[in-house]
Design a protein around this ligand. Structure first.
Ligand code: FAD
Length: 696
């Protein structure tokens, strides 16, 4: 300690629990808080998540639902940085402050963990790559932009199927944020479609997919059903009892096999524990409830003197709560054992934790109080000036509930200026259409992953080439009118031929199984390949492999029929200089000096072909310390294209052309090396045949 970044209390997390804890602790400690307390968060603002859906629906400005932590946590130190590690026994946490600084350690005596949760979509193939989320302010802005973008694009489309796909919006998850988001998207589209006269007659679809039997499982079945009927009456399609099993950039596949074609899918499911918390729990054996840290009623983590937790990452006991009986039908009126992960709990926990901490660090533990709040109820705005509410056991819906929703959330929104700004946004929204400005700062996307299902098309022949691709997993076929030109699996790449020439795809690329591609923007590809001659040469060379059936047939057609009837074994050179695995590096060097080829076939003790050894591989191995006496089995051979000796010449010519190489190793049925076939062998055979014919 003593480097100026040591505090008595460090609060990790700048959300509801963290911010309100810092505020309340600062109030208790007075001016000494500026020396003793720090709040650490990866953003310098707090997001009021309950209003995110309204940002995506363009009824509130994004800036009005965020609050600078420095403004609302006066009197404590605000440290903006990404927490990358927490060393509990060492009383330090490690922070990544930004791109120009090295990691910084912050010392603490007491640590409050209020890091919330994350979204993990990895269980649904394609979702991490293609779904929009609803967790951060950026997510809400992205979704708003995407909805407007789709309308702009559809406005230019003439293909009906493409328009339909562009105007289909899918929201996954029928909980609060799913229902609110779907309602807002519907309102946004309804509010702005009159600006797109070409689309006015078209069918917009907003589809809400929920895995349960009724929407809003957090509240009563009646309100869930009311919500469903209300949304349906407004034109939303609701799919219940169904899960998304996979998705791509153009479609969603449901559990029952149904496919919905859409380019805009929002996922509000997939809440998962924060990995920093998961690590902390594992390393310190912290008691937990599905990775939420178990605390006592004062929010001290069970079994730890200096560790406290609140909010979504804490399992704080619910006063009077009990464990749900196995198999019992969940009821909103039966208290759960732990407080639910909601803002109304997180912020109240934060306030009480601040007070309890002040008592704990001032040596007055008897002043600490248990958390006794059990919830006021639930409220959800479902769009079109309608909300559903269940408060103190009473149920409301419609405009009254909506008015209540607005009043309560406005009261809870921190900062008077933000309250006023949101009030103004809401008032303007009553009289003016929603804003359709598409203000997106376009940054070049350097790397992106793309998930495809079987038969999905990456691009069509003739379209402009925009990216270079590497197959991460799965398989892609490049096709032309005559069939498959090339089949590419994991680790292989494509796209360089078009990017290095006329920037038009010559083939159609299709996934033949579920596939993930890593795509690199064309501009970056060009910049890299023009900056390095060796990379450029590599791609120039691999670009040779894309040969069409027409080119292959043209080449085969130019060969005399007598040659086409021959086999590889008839034409190949049988004098092959090779190396064996049991030879030493010194012996290999002697062979290389005598025969200055770039590569040599490598055989095992039985004459079976193992691959090829390049001269450069041997030099590199020596440079890396391999002894001259070491045998060649210490060097992993590279692969060269092979062909069977009994293969007909047309097949060998096709393999040669597709390989982009100038030689094929010829093997027998057992894989033993028998010869080598080069274009020179073919030419020599042709000449021999022609001169025989001439003599005759
Ligand atoms: C769209 C949406 C709508 C919602 N609507 C409602 C609602 O209507 N009513 C309701 O009660 N609840 C609602 N919730 C739930 C509510 O927002 C959460 O329960 C609440 O935010 C939890 O507060 P928290 O402080 O535990 O976590 P958060 O508010 O998530 O705060 C966690 C903080 O930790 C920071 N952090 C995380 N990892 C790191 C790291 N490695 N380094 C530094 N900082 C880090 C984050 O940036 C953030 O500042 C909604 C949630 C969402 C997503």
């Amino acid at each position: 300690m003593g480097n100026g970044l040591d505090y008595e209390v460090v609060i990790a997390g700048g959300g509801f629990a963290g911010v309100y804890c810092a505020q309340s602790l600062a109030k208790q400690l007075g001016s000494s808080a500026s020396e003793r307390v720090a709040i650490v968060a990866d953003h310098n603002y707090m997001v009021f998540q309950p209003m995110l859906a309204e940002v995506s629906g363009s009824s509130i400005s994004p800036r009005h639902v965020v609050n600078p932590i420095r403004g609302i946590c006066r009197g404590v130190n605000v440290l903006r940085g990404d927490i990358v590690d927490i060393d509990l026994p060492g009383h330090t946490l490690t922070l990544n402050p930004g791109q120009f600084s090295t990691e910084i350690r912050i010392g603490f005596k007491h640590l409050v963990v209020a890091l919330g949760g994350i979204v993990d979509l990895s269980r649904v193939p394609g979702m991490p790559e293609h779904a929009f989320l609803m967790k951060s302010i950026g997510d809400a802005q992205e979704l708003r932009g995407a909805v407007i973008d789709r309308l702009e694009e559809a406005n230019l489309q003439t293909d009906e199927a493409a328009v339909k796909r562009l105007l289909t919006f899918v929201v996954v998850g029928g909980g609060f944020s799913g229902v609110e988001t779907a309602g807002e998207v519907l309102d946004l589209i309804r509010g702005i479609n009159r600006f797109y006269p070409r689309l006015a007659r078209k069918d917009f679809r907003v589809i809400l997919i929920h895995s349960g039997a009724h929407l809003l499982p957090e509240i009563s079945v009646e309100l869930g059903t009311y919500t469903e009927e209300n949304l349906k009456a407004r034109g939303m399609e609701i799919v219940l009892n169904s899960r998304v099993t996979s998705m791509t950039a153009g479609k969603v596949v449901l559990q029952d096999g149904r496919v919905i074609e859409s380019h805009t899918v929002v996922s509000t499911v997939g809440n998962a524990p924060n990995p920093i918390v998961v690590n902390l729990i594992k390393r310190n054996n912290i008691p937990n409830e599905k990775s939420r840290m178990n605390t006592d009623a004062t929010m001290r983590v069970q079994g730890f003197e200096n560790l406290w937790a609140a909010g979504d990452c804490a399992a704080v006991p619910m006063a009077g709560g009990k464990v749900a009986t196995e198999g019992a039908v969940p009821s909103p009126f039966v208290m759960k054992k732990y407080c639910p992960p909601t803002a109304q709990f997180a912020y109240r926990q934060g306030i009480l934790l601040g007070k309890n901490l002040a008592h704990a660090i001032s040596g007055r533990p008897e002043g600490m109080k248990p958390f006794v709040f059990t919830g006021l109820g639930e409220l959800a705005a479902i769009g079109h000036r309608t909300a559903v509410a269940q408060i103190f056991g009473m149920r409301f819906s419609g405009m009254l509930a909506w008015f209540m929703w607005r009043t309560i959330y406005l009261m809870k929104l921190p900062g008077l200026d933000r309250k006023l700004r949101v009030m103004i946004d809401w008032t303007l929204d009553l009289f003016f259409p929603r804003d359709i400005t598409l203000l997106r700062s376009r940054t070049t996307e350097v790397l992106q992953e793309v998930h495809l299902e079987k038969d999905d098309v990456v691009f069509h022949a003739g379209e402009p080439a925009m990216s270079f691709y590497v197959v991460k997993k799965g398989r892609i076929e490049l096709r032309d009118d005559t069939g498959t030109v090339m089949s590419l699996g994991g680790g292989e790449h494509f796209g360089e031929r078009a990017l290095l020439s006329d920037r038009r795809w010559r083939f159609t690329a299709v996934a033949i199984e579920p596939t993930t591609l890593v795509s690199l923007d064309a501009k970056i590809f060009e910049a890299v390949s023009s900056a390095s001659s060796s990379i450029h040469e590599f791609f120039e060379h691999s670009a040779q492999q894309y040969v069409t059936r027409q080119q292959i047939e043209g080449m085969i057609g130019s060969v005399p029929p007598a040659l086409l009837k021959m086999t590889v074994g008839d034409v190949m050179s049988k004098n092959v200089v090779y190396l064996t695995q049991s030879q030493t590096v010194a012996e290999a060097l002697a062979v290389m000096v005598e025969h200055p080829f770039n590569s040599f076939p490598l055989l095992d003790g039985n004459g079976k072909l193992l691959g090829a050894i390049q001269q450069t591989q041997v030099y590199d191995a020596l440079k890396n310390g391999l002894a001259r006496e070491a045998t060649l089995d210490k060097i992993a051979p590279s692969q060269l294209p092979t062909v069977r000796t009994d293969a007909p010449i047309p097949q060998a010519m096709e393999t040669l052309m597709r390989s982009g190489r100038n030689k094929l190793l010829a093997v027998d049925a057992a894989g033993a090396l028998k010869g080598i076939l080069t274009p020179i062998d073919l030419l020599a055979q042709r000449q021999a045949l022609e001169s025989t014919q001439g003599n005759a």
